[in-house]
Design a protein around this ligand. Sequence first.
Ligand code: NOJ
Length: 504
Amino acid sequence: MLFKLVTTLSLLLWICKADDVLKNNGQFPRNFMFGAASSAYQIEGAWNEDGKGLSTWDHFVRRTPSPVVDNTTGDVACDSYRRWKEDVKLVADLGVQSYRFSISWPRILPSGYDKHVNEKGLEFYKQLVQEIIKHGMVPVATIFHWDLPQFLFDNGLDWTNEELINVFVRYARFVIKNLPEVGYWITINEPRVHCRRSYGDGLHAPGVSDDGIGDYKCTYNILKAHAAVYRMYKREFPRYKAKMGMVVDCQWYEPASNRPEDVEAAERHYQFECGMYLHPIFQGDWPPLVKYRVAERSRREGYTKSRLPSFTAEEVKFMRGTQDFLGVNHYSTTSVSNVQEASYNETRFAHDIRVSINRKLNWEVSFLGWGVVPTGVRRLLNLFKERYNDPDVMFTEIGVADDGTTLRDDIRIRYFRSYFCNILEAMQVDKVSVVGIIPWSAMDSFEWHRGYEARFGFYAIDFENDPQLLRRPKMSVNYYKSIVESKRLHCNTAVSVWNDKEIL
Ligand code: NOJ
């Protein structure tokens, strides 16, 4: 007992060393925007109802054997297509200022083309937006959250084909025009995950495996599509107030050691995952490191040109500055070490990036094996400030998974507390501009190829046993509510120091 007390006290003393304790006052600005997020395929269900066209996901989940770990689908998911009112209310009950949702392209335009409109689908999103506004929240709408119309894919129009860009711009124009009350437009969600999983390793719909080639073509086209939509929006909708941006997924990439090769590996990891999307949007072109490495490996692998398509001078100009805010989905931190150059006999994205990722021993690990490392978020914010000229950052996703067995989601409370405290520290001490936090996710939902095994929601749903799909609040609901209402939390005891000595 005595031993325990002494150990605890000395731990506390060590933790509270002046420069380890967070210095922020725990107060978010009055106009700070909190929210909760979701996406169409993950929650809506009603996959073939009311005139909806099929998406590549509707097809993909029907493959045999199933590409989804627990053989499930998003056919019903949370049934939010029917329960949208209840769901908007649940989000509003959190006390938040915004609800992020996505629009299913084939629900509105069943073939993907804007020549045939599914009025019922359009009506669904019109009502959804109205309902969000009615509850005093800002609608944050994602135009593309990975559910491409299957008809387009069947006709050769996927993200590896440049021709999809125009079709996408027409779809975007149509939804923007019809949903004038949206407060924030997100053109594309996590293009990296989408391009890697859908056209690189094939783990996501439409399941194309073209590692180190298809994924780069997708990245190139999707970036140009984002820029085209942004330019169209600014040109054609000058009276609209909504801000527009793309959402990138950026984790923090911590060198495994301070050996120069590990430090370089961490930088490579950052550039290949995050810089590859942010650099074009902010500067107009690929990060030089990425451009050089892919060109060099392509040459040695025997290609006549780089597997990474290049942007023309005109495209660079067109793309530069196509964001009103930096939307980021951040979850975790990885420890990165260098690996040897792989043989040139094989083309793989992994050989281009050339890193090995791991976790440090003192990191808490969540259900998906993701490290809970709150200091990473502060470092990432500082890096954004330094590299992209102090942008307004909005966390369009941030969160942690549980395994769905309990409503006592202590890990989520610890996670939010320590991450939010580090965000506040970055805002107040490092003077980084953060305008909002929209955690993932409003409720448990279909987690892509992982099915229903990972639960990110504030509200739990028992997909296996409860045909009613009752939404039950987890413990984190009250915690989040208390932060959102007061815009305040207690950070002085949230021990999450800058130098990773101790992680809450
Ligand atoms: C990223 C994606 O945008 C979302 O669809 C997914 O469910 C979460 N992160 C969690 O993996």
